[in-house]
Design a protein around this ligand. Structure first.
Ligand SMILES: O=P(O)(O)O[C@H]1O[C@H](CO)[C@@H](O)[C@H]1O
Ligand SMILES: O=c1cc[nH]c(=O)[nH]1
Length: 235
């Protein structure tokens, strides 16, 4: 057991999918994994281990925001030896040519969080995806009924904004979308010398207000999970 995860040492696979929503973890376990077993109910932050095409894979909810995901991935890497971490999340687009239901593979992440400024004594660190996982995910995405973009995202500490000025500026610097966890994932994976990737479904467009229906979100989400699982299990 670690502080926030009630699993035994070998309950968690080396490769894990990380949705923010614990019920999305349950959905993935029930619909994509064989013989899935729940290993964590602490704080209802559900975690499951099963198999995908014969290979052991886990899926763990992380909650929302940098502090929450940092707790879970720290414990997954330090206490359970998790090696490959793939976030399967949602994001808000900030580029005109990105539509709801598109999928974004995050190559890098900027942030307004102070955690890395504190960690690196005010110096800016560049949180970056693992190239091997990114390459595999992109290969898995190409050829599916999916519009996929690869580029940089912005990890925000806030969901609700008083002004969109910052997002418009970030868009002019080619940032594709906004979400709330990737900076933490890429930074902690680097610290622990593990592989990490964020794959994000566009759930809404922050600048135009376009949003997906629940049904549409589910369909695209399923394709994103398949892409993540293929990237996670390809040798
Ligand atoms: O859908 P998830 O993975 O939770 O990701 C996005 O959704 C949440 C905000 O609604 C934040 O966690 C953001 O990063
Ligand atoms: O963090 C997020 C996720 C989805 N949509 C947003 O606007 N922000």
């Amino acid at each position: 057991m670690s502080v926030h995860i009630g699993a035994k040492p070998n309950d968690i696979a080396e490769t894990i999918l990380l949705p923010g929503d614990p019920l999305r973890a349950k959905y993935i376990a029930e619909n994509f994994l064989e013989d899935a077993v729940c290993y964590n109910t602490v704080r209802n932050m559900l975690g499951f281990t099963g198999t995908y095409k014969g290979q052991r894979v886990s899926v763990q909810g992380t909650g929302m925001g940098v502090p929450s995901i940092s707790i879970y991935i720290h414990e997954l890497m330090e206490s359970y030896g998790v090696q490959n971490l793939i976030r399967v999340g949602t994001c808000g687009a900030i580029q005109e040519d990105i539509k709801v239901r598109d999928v974004i593979i995050a190559m890098s992440s900027s942030t307004d969080s102070q955690v890395n400024r504190l960690r690196f004594n005010q110096v800016d660190f560049a949180p970056t995806a693992d190239f091997d996982l990114l390459h595999k995910a992109y290969q898995a995405a190409v050829g599916r009924d999916l519009s996929v973009k690869v580029g940089s995202v912005f990890t925000s500490d806030t969901f609700y904004q008083e002004s969109l000025d910052l997002y418009k500026k970030l868009a002019s610097y080619q940032v594709l979308a906004v979400e709330m966890e990737t900076t933490a994932l890429y930074t902690l994976a680097a610290q622990f010398k593990r592989k990490a990737l964020s794959i994000l479904t566009v759930s809404d467009h922050i600048l135009t207000g376009e949003a997906t229906s629940a049904d549409e979100r589910q369909t695209t989400f399923n394709t994103m999970i398949e892409v993540a699982l293929e990237a996670a299990t390809q040798k």
